[in-house]
Design a binder for this molecule. Structure first.
Ligand code: ATP
Length: 590
C-alpha cells in the first residue's frame, strides 16, 4: 500500500509540471523576471556593439566631440543593466519565497490530514527532508534555474549569431570552444550530483547521530558508552570531511578548466583577429567587441550543466513531494452530527488488524457496551490490544470489521472534528508541545476560562504548574522545562478533562503516579467520571476500582465483563493479571 518512503521515486518533467499551479499567483512576477532577464541579454550584446562604435569612430578618428554621446550611451546602458538586475532579483526573491511558503503550508496541512497508517510508516526524518531540502531545490529551480535555462540558451544562440555575422571564421572558432565547455560541464554535473547527494546523506547521518547522542544522553552516560558514541560520531564526521573535500576538489578542477578554455580561445581569437585586422577584413573595434561578446558567453555556456543538474534535482524533489500529496487521507469524516451527545458507546463485532500486519488481527469479534456516564475499565495482558481498542474510538485507526458507535451513530459517519470533540484521550506517554503549560492544557478547548483550567488541574492533582518559574505561562515540552513522567501524565489528564468530552479515554494515564497522588487523582476523577462515559485502561487494582464495570480482554476479544470483586473471585486469568495488586484492594475505597 502506498509509496515506499525510502525509495527515490522516478522523476521526470511531468512531476515538475504538476506543481505549476503554485506559480499562478506569481505570473506577474514571472513576466517581470523574464523580461528583465531578456533585456539584460540584449544589453550584454548591445554594450560591446556600442564600444565597437566608440573604437572605430571617435577613438580611431580622434574625434572627442563624438566620443561624449557614445560614451554616455554606454554608461547609460551599463546603469540600466544594473537596475534591471536589481529589479529582477528583488521580484524573484519575494516570489520564490512566497511559492516555497505556500507549498510548505499545503504539505503540512496535508500531513495533518493523513492517517496514523501513513505516519507510522514514514520516519519523521524522511518527512523533514522533504519539507526542507526538497522544497528548497524546487524553490532554487523555479526562481533561478528555470529563468536562466531559458535566457542563457537565448543569449548563447543570439550572441553566436552576432559573432558569426560579424566575422564568420572567428565565429566558428568561438562556436568550437563551446563544445569542450559544454562537454566538461555535463561531465562535471554528473559527478557533482553524485558527490553532493553523498554529502547530503552523510550530513543527515551525522545529524541523526548528534540528535541521538543529545536525546539519549542519559542512556549513553548510564551505560558508560560516551566514548563509543563519540568514536561513532568522529568516524561519521571524518567520512563527511573526506567527501566534502572530494566535492571541493572536483569543483576546483572544473572551474580551473572552465577559466582556461576561454583564455586559450582569447589568445587564438586575438592572433587570428590581428591577421583579419591586418588584411582589412575586420576593424579594431570589431575585434574588441568580438572578444567582449565571446567572454560574455562563458557564464551562460558553463552554467548550463549546473542548471540542468538543478532541473534534474527539482524534478526528483517534486516527485518526492507529490508522493505525499498523492497519498489520499483514508480516514475521512461523514456528515452526521450528534446534537445532544449522551455518550453511549458500543463496539459491535469489532475486529482490527494493523495495516502492516493484516494477517495478525489484534482484535476479533469484540463486543462491548458503555452506557452513558458509565466507567468501564479495560484489563488485559501487555500487548493484548488495549491501546488499539481505545484508538478506534477517535478513529486514530479504523476498524477492519464491525463498527464502533457513539449514541448509535457509526463513528465513521461523524465529521472528524466533531468526533474528536466528543472523545478525548489521555495517553500513558503523553506528548507535550513546545509551548506554555496553558497552551498545552487548552489544546482541546482553546476558550477554557481560568476557573475551568483550575478545576481540571484539581482533578489531575496538577497544581505543580503554579510552582513553575512562570506559572501557567512557563514554556514546557521538548524545548522547555523538563517535567517528570508523573507530571506529564497529570497535565495530559487535565488536558483531556478540560476538553469536556462526552467520552473520556484514559490509556493507563495514572501509571507513573505514586500511590498517594494516584489516590488523590482518583478521588477527584470519580467526581468527573460520575457523568462522563469513560474507558479506562488499567493495570492496577486501584485504577480498576474507579470503574463501574471491568472488561477483560483476552485473545483479541472481551471474554468477561463484570464487577471487579466478582471477576477476581470467578476468573483465574483476571486474578493472575491483578494478583499482585489484589491485596491492596481492601485499602482502597470502593
Ligand atoms: N503500528 C503497529 N503495527 C503493527 N503492530 C502493532 C502496531 N502497534 C502495536 N502493534 C502490536 O499490536 C499489539 C497490541 O498492541 P497494544 O499497544 O494495543 O497493546 P496493549 O494491550 O495496549 O499493551 P500495553 O499494556 O503493553 O500498553 C501488540 O502486539 C503490538 O506489538
Amino acid at each position: 500500500m502506498g509509496p515506499d518512503p525510502d525509495a527515490t521515486p522516478p522523476a521526470d518533467v511531468r512531476s515538475l509540471w504538476r506543481l505549476r499551479g503554485y506559480l499562478r499567483p506569481y505570473v506577474g512576477a514571472l513576466v517581470v523576471m523574464l523580461s528583465t532577464a531578456l533585456a539584460g541579454v540584449g544589453l550584454a550584446i548591445g554594450i560591446p556593439l556600442v564600444i565597437r562604435e566608440i573604437i572605430d569612430g571617435p577613438v580611431t578618428g580622434g574625434d572627442v566631440g563624438a566620443l561624449v554621446p557614445l560614451a554616455g550611451l554606454a554608461l547609460a546602458l551599463g546603469v540600466l543593466e544594473a537596475v534591471l538586475t536589481w529589479w529582477r532579483r528583488w521580484v524573484q526573491s519575494s516570489a520564490v519565497l512566497g511559492l516555497e511558503t505556500t507549498i510548505r503550508h499545503d504539505l503540512y496541512a496535508h500531513l495533518q490530514r493523513l492517517p496514523m497508517a501513513f505516519h507510522s510508516r514514514w520516519q519523521s526524518g524522511q518527512l523533514l527532508s522533504r519539507a526542507t531540502t526538497d522544497l528548497s531545490s524546487i524553490r532554487r529551480f523555479s526562481g533561478f534555474g528555470m529563468l536562466f535555462l531559458l535566457t542563457n540558451v537565448v543569449q548563447v544562440l543570439v550572441t553566436t549569431g552576432v559573432l558569426l555575422h560579424m566575422y564568420w571564421p572567428l565565429g566558428l572558432v568561438v562556436g568550437a570552444t563551446a563544445v569542450p565547455v559544454v562537454w566538461l560541464s555535463m561531465r562535471f554535473e554528473k559527478q557533482y550530483v553524485v558527490v553532493s547527494r553523498q554529502v547530503q546523506d552523510e550530513q543527515g547521518d551525522l545529524a541523526t547521530l548528534s540528535e541521538e547522542g543529545a536525546v539519549g544522553i542519559r542512556t549513553v552516560k548510564s551505560f558508560g558508552r560516551a566514548e563509543h558514541v563519540s568514536r561513532q560520531y568522529e568516524a561519521a564526521a571524518t567520512t563527511l570531511l573526506g567527501t566534502s573535500l572530494r566535492k571541493v576538489s572536483l569543483s576546483a578542477r572544473f572551474w580551473t578548466f572552465l577559466a582556461a578554455i576561454p583564455n586559450l580561445a582569447v589568445v587564438l581569437v586575438l592572433g587570428l583577429g590581428a591577421v583579419g585586422v591586418g588584411r582589412g577584413e575586420l576593424s579594431a573595434g570589431d575585434l574588441v567587441a568580438f572578444i567582449t561578446l565571446m567572454l560574455s558567453l562563458v557564464w551562460p555556456v558553463s552554467s548550463l550543466g549546473v542548471i540542468l543538474a538543478m532541473a534534474q534535482e527539482a524534478m526528483t524533489s517534486s516527485a518526492r513531494i507529490l508522493e505525499i500529496f498523492d497519498t489520499e487521507p483514508t480516514v475521512v469524516g461523514g456528515d452526521r452530527v450528534i446534537a445532544h451527545p449522551r455518550g453511549a458507546v458500543r463496539f459491535e463485532g469489532v475486529s482490527f488488524a494493523f495495516p502492516d500486519a493484516p494477517d495478525e488481527p489484534v482484535l476479533r469479534g469484540l463486543d462491548l457496551t458503555l452506557e452513558p456516564g458509565e466507567t468501564v475499565a479495560l484489563v488485559g495482558a501487555t500487548g493484548s490490544g488495549k491501546t488499539a481498542l481505545t484508538a478506534l474510538l477517535p478513529r486514530l485507526w479504523d476498524v477492519s470489521g464491525g463498527r464502533v458507535t457513539i449514541d448509535g451513530v457509526d463513528v465513521r459517519d461523524l465529521p472528524l472534528e466533531h468526533l474528536r470533540s466528543l472523545v478525548a484521550t489521555a495517553f500513558e506517554e503523553p506528548t507535550l508541545f513546545s509551548m506554555s503549560a496553558r497552551e498545552n492544557l487548552t489544546l482541546g478547548r482553546a476558550d477554557a476560562s481560568d476557573v475551568e483550567i483550575e478545576e481540571a488541574l484539581d482533578v489531575a492533582q496538577a497544581h505543580f504548574v503554579h510552582d513553575l518559574p512562570f506559572g501557567l505561562d512557563t514554556r514546557i515540552g521538548e524545548q522547555g522545562m523538563a517535567l517528570s513522567g508523573g507530571q506529564r501524565q497529570r497535565l495530559a489528564l487535565a488536558r483531556a478533562v478540560l476538553a469536556r468530552p462526552s467520552v473520556l479515554v484514559l490509556d493507563d494515564t495514572l501509571s507513573a503516579l505514586d500511590v498517594h497522588t494516584e489516590r488523590l487523582v482518583e478521588d477527584a476523577l470519580r467526581r468527573v467520571l460520575a457523568d462522563t462515559t469513560a474507558l479506562v485502561v488499567a493495570h492496577r487494582a486501584s485504577t480498576v476500582l474507579l470503574a463501574d464495570r471491568v472488561a477483560l480482554l483476552q485473545d483479541g476479544t472481551v471474554t468477561h465483563v463484570g464487577d471487579h470483586r466478582h471477576l477476581l473471585a470467578t476468573v483465574p486469568a483476571y486474578r493472575d493479571l491483578l494478583a499482585a495488586d489484589a491485596d491492596d484492594d481492601a485499602e482502597v475505597p470502593a
